[in-house]
Design a protein around this ligand. Structure first.
Ligand SMILES: Cc1cc2nc3c(=O)[nH]c(=O)nc-3n(C[C@H](O)[C@H](O)[C@H](O)COP(=O)(O)OP(=O)(O)OC[C@H]3O[C@@H](n4cnc5c(N)ncnc54)[C@H](O)[C@@H]3O)c2cc1C
Ligand code: FES
Length: 283
């Protein structure tokens, strides 16, 4: 699983193109892989942003938020990942929904890109709304814009696009018209919850792409349990896309916090290791 290209696309945000011909051949929009950086490491899920069947490679974009993603950020072109499993999850249902609104927040924009491409190709009229805390965290603007008939950006600090959050624009659009066949949202859980709340009253079909803690990614460990329409679902095999109006977001938010102590502990360990390596002159 050799890394054949590495690009830094924003602060703490890196793109890898990885050699994975079998996965590239099978992947559909909305699917993800589970990878291990090294043999004794943990397994983490990442969306397949692009799959190039001809070159036999896939593109992943990751934000360095903790131990494993920081470790990945230290790899370079020519290095290899220990393992890659996929494609996993159900593909996003793609068809001509008429007018659609796509919302992406932070690194969720990477996950939105293949869906925007596929919905546009299926004949949808696409309105995209991208949001981030500051200008540099609104990634892949030109790429998403390419598939959009209408395009908006919001930033919390007003450094790019409109000052505010993505639901400000969504609410404005919904005031003018409810004539949308689909709203699709991927980003922080709080954003997906706010979007689902906004579209519930308007009765617009809303898909959210959930990111609960996943471990095996194949439905066996139970780690990614979410409650949808009162039923227990596993996001890795039943999702990651779900009807946003049926997701129990409060439960999801509390389950996301389960490993915070352990995550802090491993980050401290990694920071100490990096410091030691730098002191010894390594990378
Ligand atoms: C289906 C799916 C697709 C995803 N796609 C992307 C993507 O394209 N790009 C991207 O940057 N991130 C994506 N993520 C999130 C990514 O998996 C986590 O950021 C990563 O696992 C963090 O690991 P860490 O060890 O660096 O951080 P940690 O310090 O372990 O965790 C930091 C935070 O990351 C989340 N996280 C940690 N481990 C997992 C895990 N095994 N499963 C899910 N979330 C976890 C938790 O919210 C946690 O609080 C996706 C998650 C899911 C479930
Ligand atoms: S990640 Fe183990 S059941 Fe979904």
């Amino acid at each position: 699983m050799k890394i054949i290209e590495k690009e830094s696309i924003a602060q703490n945000l890196t793109k890898f193109v990885v050699n994975a011909p079998l996965i590239a051949r099978k992947t559909l929009p909305g699917q993800f892989i589970v990878l291990m950086v090294r043999e004794e490491g943990e397994r983490i899920p990442l969306t397949v942003v692009d799959a190039d069947k001809k070159r036999g490679c896939i593109t992943i974009i990751f934000q360095e938020v903790g131990y494993t993603t920081k470790l990945m950020g230290r790899l370079n072109e020519g290095d290899s990942l220990y393992s890659l499993v996929g494609p996993l999850g159900k593909p996003t249902p793609i068809k001509n929904y008429g007018k659609v609104i796509l919302l992406g927040g932070g690194v969720g924009i990477a996950e939105l890109l293949p869906v925007a491409n596929a919905l546009k190709a299926a004949g949808c009229n696409v309105t995209s709304i991208l949001g981030g805390r500051t200008a540099e965290l609104v990634i892949l603007k030109d790429q998403v814009k390419r598939y959009s008939d209408e395009f908006y950006i919001t930033t919390d600090d007003g450094s790019l696009g409109e000052k505010g959050i993505v639901t400000d624009i969504l609410n404005r659009l919904l005031k003018k018209s409810h004539d949308y066949g689909l709203v699709f949202c991927v980003g922080p859980v709080s954003m997906m919850k706010a979007v689902a709340d906004a579209t519930r009253q308007a009765k617009i079909k809303t898909i959210v792409c959930l990111n609960p803690i996943m471990i095996d990614g194949t439905g066996m460990c139970g780690g990614c349990r979410v409650t949808v329409a009162g039923e227990m679902k596993f996001a890795c095999v039943d999702g990651p896309d779900f009807n946003g109006h049926e997701v129990d977001f409060n439960e999801l938010i509390s389950r996301q916090k389960r490993f915070v102590q352990y995550e802090k502990h491993s980050m401290c360990k990694l920071d100490a290791q990096i410091k030691d390596m730098k002191a010894e002159g390594g990378r």
